[in-house]
Each structure stands twice: as C-alpha cells, then as structure tokens.
Design a protein around this ligand. Structure first.
Ligand code: M6R
Length: 602
C-alpha cells in the first residue's frame, strides 16, 4: 500500500512531487522520498514519518529547467520504517521506487550478492535497481536492461526507475499494483492513482498488468509481452473527491472491493511450504505460555472471537476474549503464563491501550495485532503483527476486520505447529485455503447487483437478527454491527442455537433474519434453527451455497470446502448488504452519525 509519483518536464519538480505524494499519503506514511535528475545531476532526499518531514528536508532545494523525478510514500512491508529502507533506492547510478511485493527478491538478492552487489536496505525493492544496473553493465542498453529486469520479477509491482545511463527518461512497469500516466502539453506524470495529477494533467492512460516502457523525446513508448503497442489516452476527470474513491461511491465501498488484493499483502512472506512464519515473532515470547487472552473493542473484538475458535481448534490452547472496557474494571485474575493479545485497527483505542498496560503491569507478555505501525498500542506491546490493510477511511471497518481475522488464522497455525498439534497434511490443507482466500474475497458484480436489488425490501421492520454458529457467530455479530453503524436500523448478532432461548419471541414477518448457512460447518444444525424462525413467520434472508427453500430471499455463495473461505465470502455479502441499505436510506456511509474512526476516550 505505498504511493508513487513521477514527473517528466520543465516545471519545478519538488512542488509537483510533494503535492502528488500528499494525495497518496493515505496509502502509507512510514517514510517518503524523492529522487531527481536535473541538469544531468542525480539528487535524492528521504525522511522517515510523515511527508512534512521530507518537505522540510527539501525546503532549500529548487529545480528548474528540464528534468525527471520520482517519489514515494511508504507503508512498510519488508523492513522497518527507517531511512535506509525508505524509497527511492539507489544503485550506482540509478534510483527506483516501487509499490507492491517482489516475491522472488530473496533469490534475486542472493544471485546479485554473489556478483558482488552490496545491499543497503532490508527491502525487496532494492533488488530491482541492482538487477537493472547489473544487466545494463553487461549489455550497455538501459531499455533492454529494464525489459530483462521486469521479466525476472515475480509478484506485484508498479515501479519507476530514473538513471544516469539514460538521463532524459523514466522507465515504468506495472503488474498487479496500480499505476497510470498523465499528459499535459509536453509534461508526463506517473502516479498510483489519479488524484496526484488532477489539475495538472488533462489526459490519462491507466496501465494494464504486464505493460512497461519508457519515454523517448517526450513520447511514451509502451510495450507488453507481445512487443510495442498503441494506447489511447482518456480525458481525466477534474473531480478530486471522486478520484480519491477510485470511482466508488464511498470509501467503504472501495475498501470492501480492496479486500481481495490487500489480503495478498497480509499473507505475503508469511506462508511457505513448511507452514506459517512471522519475522516479527521471537519464539521466546511463547516460552511457558499455556493460555491466551485477547482484548479488543467493536469490530476488533469480533475478529478476536473468531480467532478464539481458530486458536482452540488448531493450536489446542485455551483462549478467552474480553471486551477491553469491561476487562479494565473487573479486577481480572491474571497469570504470567497467559499471552495477552490486543487487537486494534487504529492502535489508539483508549480502552484497549489501558487494558494492555494493566496486563503488562501484571507481568504478562504481550502481542498486538494492529494496522498502524508506531501507534500507541504497537509501541506498548512486546511484539506486533501488522495487518497491512492500508489506511482505512470508512468509519465502518471492513478490510481491517478481514486482515485481523487472517492474521489470527495464520497465528493459530503458527502456534499449532510450534505446539505439535497439527499434522503436515492438515497444515498443507490450511495453507492451500489461505492462499485461496484472496479469491473468496473478490466482489462478484452480479452478486453486488443482486444485493442492491433485494436491499429495498429491508429498509423498515422492527429489527434484524444475524445468526450463525461457530466462527459464523462472530461474523453474525460483525454483520449486525456493520448494519447498525451505517443504516441506524436495529440489528443483533446471535448464536443460531440461542434464538429459541428468548429472542425467538420477537419473530414475525417484520423481523428480518439474516442466516449465515455455510456448508462446511454445522449446516444441518443451523438449518433447523432457521426452520424454527421461518415457522414463526420471520422473514428469512439465507446466505448459503446450498439451496434453502424456506428462504424469502436467497444469496447463493460459492461451494468452498474450507470454512474460512465461506467465512470471507459471507463477510463480503454482509458488508455489501449494510452498504446498500445505508445508501438507500440516504445516510452518510463513510461518516455515520455519532461515530469516530479512532476512539481515544474511554
Ligand atoms: O481501532 P480499533 O480497532 O481499536 O477500534 C475499535 C472499534 O472502535 C472499531 O472496531 C469500531 O467498532 C468500528 N467502527 C467498527 O466498524
């Protein structure tokens, strides 16, 4: 989730790049950097933290006349947020910026090292610039060297290179990470999204995966695996807010759609043929631990509940979950054999932070699962696993929840293996499912239209019950929370088997039951619970891969063979249902009333 910009032209490059990066800062602000060639002089600036630090560092620098420049704002994935790990990365005579993950960087790095290349950073990106120079040093043809470099990269990239070897060009390539090219009367811009170039460029070309090229005499030369290709520029929208949302109506909608690609970032580098590995975890933290306690609030509490099922089932370790605001005041009995896990998207939630401080004071070891590096909870914890969801703008959390659940799933398998509680066959099945999960998170256009159509029937009534069993119970809680946050309709999540112990008294045709009916976990059990509700005339919206004739409305999901894949697909359905109902009711989806993105008061 980094942001990149590039500029070719005669105007002041510092301003253009800093302005552009400011528009992309939401994609990450661990560090920022700019490299440029002006008057044949290669220059670069880097600073950790917010972009303002870079702007300050460049305050006395000016560039006039023709030149090329590239810039980057970083969301750390490989290596800590230090200046050495900040982009642009330098070779001997070239600089690179990159967004994405180079999966085969370790192999490439080893080969380059054996050729005597020295690496300064811990990043995957640095391999690109060294590979480019290594090839160019042999063939003395920068464009051919760039082509060969791109052909050797595996993974995802949007990348720009400038080089003294061809000082009047920018080399560019895109695969799996976004990048576009903007045009305005002799000037050429590159960016991760259109907001940095709105107001500066009037035409745009959105690069496709596999496309790459460079600038020759002010013209873009574009290529793909079949060779040179033509492309057509489009008019660029002048509406900045629309552009920030990448064409989606709301940030929440954009974030729902992003979940599939973001999940690849969450998984990246953490699964391998032997199972799950976390660079962040020093095994000594697990010494003497025989129990886990997880503390969180809101959506993060729901991911914690899901994690508890996974940890007890796979790693066979006793796991309890507490709402942070309750935990703080209950005089909890704590043992130093308990690993204390906090989960937080923002890392600033006051109740969760205070709970963590209490646990630490009682001598517990702590691990946080968080989306924001350097946040208060991260700084307070012994170790942290970052969820890598990128900045979440919608107040109603979506992709943060999905990535928290993924980290917990990975962690449960990591522990299961450490504790010798999982067979190699089981582990390999789990890994297969993990690698498949980005697919289960893809939003199907037909499914979205169907939910849009049926949402009109769910704008009134006296309430919603989301019901599920096992891990689908916390998902039911989360589905209900999403709906109430943005639609202001009353919704509850319930364990399906618990309905008959009271809540079923509410059942009538104006009570909407949203039934999560996966085929891989207790299908027959939940089916009878839903039948009981249907017999009392509750209106049933069933979400299942298996046809269910008592459903008043039915959303058919895919026939996955792993509960977590069904979980992720059903999660997307409940998120879109809440979104569509909220839009029909005319509510502000991204900033619902009475709520805040980060709750720093108790
Ligand atoms: O930043 P955190 O994950 O600690 O925040 C906890 C809750 O405030 C948060 O999950 C809240 O429930 C969301 N708005 C739900 O969409």
């Amino acid at each position: 989730m980094c942001g990149i910009v590039g500029y070719y032209g005669n105007n002041e490059k510092k301003e253009i790049l800093i302005d552009g990066l400011r528009e992309l800062e939401y994609r990450g602000y661990d560090s920022a950097g700019i490299a440029l060639i002006n008057d044949n002089l290669l220059n670069h600036f880097k600073a950790i933290g917010k972009l303002d630090n870079l702007a300050y560092r460049m305050r006395d620098f000016n560039s006039s006349g023709f030149g090329v420049a590239i810039g980057h704002t970083r969301w750390a994935t490989h290596g800590k947020p230090t200046e050495l790990n900040a982009h642009p990365h330098l070779g001997d005579y070239s600089f690179v910026v990159h967004n994405g993950i180079i999966e085969n960087y370790k192999e490439l790095k080893e080969t380059l090292k054996s050729d005597g290349v020295e690496f300064l950073s811990q990043t995957d990106t640095e391999t690109i610039v060294h590979l480019f120079e290594n090839i160019n040093n042999q063939i003395d043809n920068p464009f051919e060297a760039f082509t060969q470099t791109i052909n050797r990269l595996e993974g995802a990239y949007a990348t720009l290179i400038i080089s003294e070897a061809m000082a009047d060009t920018i080399f560019f390539a895109k695969y799996g990470s976004p990048m576009l090219i903007g045009f305005n009367d002799g000037e050429i811009f590159f960016a991760s999204s259109d907001t940095p170039i709105i107001g500066k460029a009037n035409e745009v070309y959105y690069l496709e995966d596999g496309e790459y090229g460079y600038i020759v005499d002010g013209e873009i030369k574009l290529f793909d695996k079949n060779g040179a290709k033509e492309f057509k520029r489009e008019r660029l929208t002048p509406d900045k807010i629309l552009a920030q949302k990448d064409g989606y109506r709301f940030f929440m909608e954009k974030e729902i759609y992003e979940q599939s690609s973001i999940m690849s970032d969450t998984i990246m580098g953490r699964v391998n043929d032997n199972g799950v590995d976390f660079d962040e975890i020093d095994d000594s933290i697990l010494d003497g631990i025989d129990e886990i306690k997880i503390c969180a609030c809101g959506t993060s509490y729901h991911s914690a509940l899901t994690g508890a099922y996974l940890l007890e089932r796979s790693a066979k370790i006793r796991t309890s979950v507490e709402i942070a605001s309750e935990f703080r005041y209950k005089d909890p009995l704590l043992s130093n054999k308990t690993l204390f896990i906090t989960i937080s998207q923002s890392g600033e939630t006051a109740d969760t932070l205070e709970a963590l401080k209490m646990a630490k004071k009682a001598g517990l070891k702590s691990l946080s699962i968080c989306n924001v590096d350097n946040s208060s909870i991260v700084r307070e914890s012994d170790i942290t696993i970052l969820t890598r969801a990128g900045i979440e703008k919608g107040v109603a959390s979506t992709k943060a929840f999905a990535t928290q659940v993924m980290v917990l799933w990975l962690f449960s398998l990591y522990l299961a293996k450490k504790r010798d509680k999982i067979s190699p066959e089981q582990l390999s099945n789990e890994i297969k499912a993990i690698l498949h999960s980005p697919t289960s998170l893809k939003v199907d256009d037909n499914l979205h239209s169907k939910i849009h159509r049926l949402s009109k029937r769910y704008l009134h009534g006296h309430g919603f019950f989301f019901i599920g069993r096992d891990i689908f119970y916390p998902l039911a809680l989360e589905g209900a929370l999403k709906l109430k946050e943005i639609s202001y309709l009353h919704a509850e999540g319930y364990p399906a088997g618990e309905m008959k112990h009271g809540p079923i008294a509410l059942a009538d045709s104006e009570l909407f039951t949203i039934a999560l009916m996966p085929q891989t976990l207790w299908y027959d059990k939940i089916k009878s619970n839903v039948e009981e509700l249907s017999a009392r005339d509750s209106t049933i919206l069933a979400i299942s891969p298996l046809d269910f004739e008592l459903a008043d409305d039915f959303i058919k999901t895919k026939e996955y063979d792993h509960p977590m894949l069904e979980f992720f697909e059903m999660m997307v359905v409940t998120q879109i249902l809440a979104l569509e109902i909220s839009i029909r009711l005319g509510n502000d989806v991204d900033m619902p009333r009475n709520l805040a993105k980060s709750v720093t008061v108790e």
